[in-house]
Design a protein around this ligand. Structure first.
Ligand SMILES: [Zn+2]
Length: 186
């Protein structure tokens, strides 16, 4: 049923659905419903705070409280959360899930001109995925340092350090709704 609904919404052949778990289908359907409802208000771009609140809502559904949304021209393109436990996939961080869902949806490997909103700073793995995907901008709630201070296990390497060593220049902004993002861990 979910697969059929997904195929209907995405207008794709069901044969393309092998890579999706039911959880990921729910994420895609949720995101599609949101973007469809927003298209009704065409021209009314969402504010950065509203976009981060979508990532926050995703984080509340995550196996760990991390959420992400990818945006273009102030419009939500996809939203996702951490599914490491349910997928038994240590790489299923919110940012990686969002990138995978969107590149699959758009049938592309390039997300240039897209902005990633994430409740917490991308770890080195996710920052690297942003570089390979060509994400143009990253807007962050809480930083890796903030999480370490709370006792959340993190790799102490900022996404700016990863980006600085790369071949891309990605604009990074930190601290949007930081306290709300951190409150998910308390
Ligand atoms: Zn990560």
């Amino acid at each position: 049923m979910l697969a059929e609904l997904y195929a209907f919404i995405m207008g794709r052949n069901k044969a393309n659905l092998g890579d999706y778990t039911d959880d990921r289908l729910v994420i895609v359907i949720y995101s599609e419903k949101r973007s469809r409802s927003q298209r009704v208000n065409r021209g009314q771009n969402m504010s950065p705070e509203e976009l981060m609140r979508i990532a926050l809502a995703e984080a509340k559904q995550g196996d760990a409280p991390f959420g992400a949304a990818i945006v273009k021209d102030g419009q939500i393109a996809i939203a996702a959360h951490n599914t490491v436990k349910r997928d038994r996939d240590p790489s299923a961080h919110a940012e990686i899930n969002a990138i995978r869902l969107l590149t699959n949806k758009l049938n592309t490997t390039s997300l240039s001109d897209y902005t990633l909103y994430t409740t917490c700073e991308p770890c080195p793995m996710c920052a690297t995925a942003c570089i390979w995907a060509g994400i143009s901008e990253i807007i962050i709630g809480a930083s890796i340092k903030d999480l370490i201070q709370l006792g959340v296990p993190q790799i102490d390497l900022s996404c700016e350090e990863i980006i600085a060593k790369s071949f891309r220049n990605i604009k990074v902004t930190k601290g949007l709704l930081k306290s709300e993002c951190l409150s998910l861990f308390k």
